[in-house]
Design a protein around this ligand. Structure first.
Ligand code: HEM
Length: 141
């Protein structure tokens, strides 16, 4: 197979590698009290969802959607107040996590071309968005 026919998911090392990336990302979040304060007390459910999501997003099996439906990421983030600085920190910690896992420079470039706009799309601080699950009429988990 030519390298370009191999999915990003396979190039980074598959499910185990995605799991390690998400664990590393959350370690960075936990080490930063300001970023940590945005997240709920129990980090485990979110961690598992992020693993499933990234597996799917990188071209692996669509297990996230199988379990939780369409990602609708911006809506799912409404309960959490996210400003530009938080988006910047999210991107920094994700880049560090992927670098620690040995994701190659050209893959990092491709990934962050997409994740940059996506992270800024998640910014909702100061916006009149429904913060509670009941207001959104949807299941969050
Ligand atoms: C911009 C900064 C971001 C912040 C501060 C942030 C923060 C959060 C928080 C607090 C949660 C809830 C975790 C939980 O319930 O335990 C969450 C969930 C999640 N985030 Fe983010 N996030 C950001 C950007 C992103 C981006 C760019 C993506 C995707 C590329 C993403 C993907 C997810 C996913 C898939 C979930 C689980 C959603 C669900 O099924 O409930 N997040 N995020």
């Amino acid at each position: 197979m030519q390298p370009e026919q191999v999915t990003l998911f396979e190039r980074v090392g598959g499910r185990d590698a995605v799991g390690r990336i998400v664990e590393a990302f959350y370690r960075h979040v936990e080490a930063d009290p300001v970023q940590r304060a945005i997240y709920p007390d129990d980090l485990e459910p979110g961690k598992e969802k992020l693993k499933l999501f990234f597996e799917q997003w990188m071209g692996g099996e669509p297990r996230y959607t199988g379990l939780y439906g369409h990602p609708r990421l911006r809506r799912r983030h409404f309960p959490f107040v996210i400003d530009e600085l938080a988006a910047g920190r999210w991107l920094r910690y994700m880049r560090q996590a992927m670098q620690e896992e040995g994701v190659r420079e050209q893959d990092l470039r491709q990934v962050f071309e997409a994740l940059g706009p996506l992270a800024h799309h998640m910014v909702n601080a100061g916006q009149d968005v429904p913060r509670g699950a009941h207001e959104q009429g949807m299941r969050l988990s």
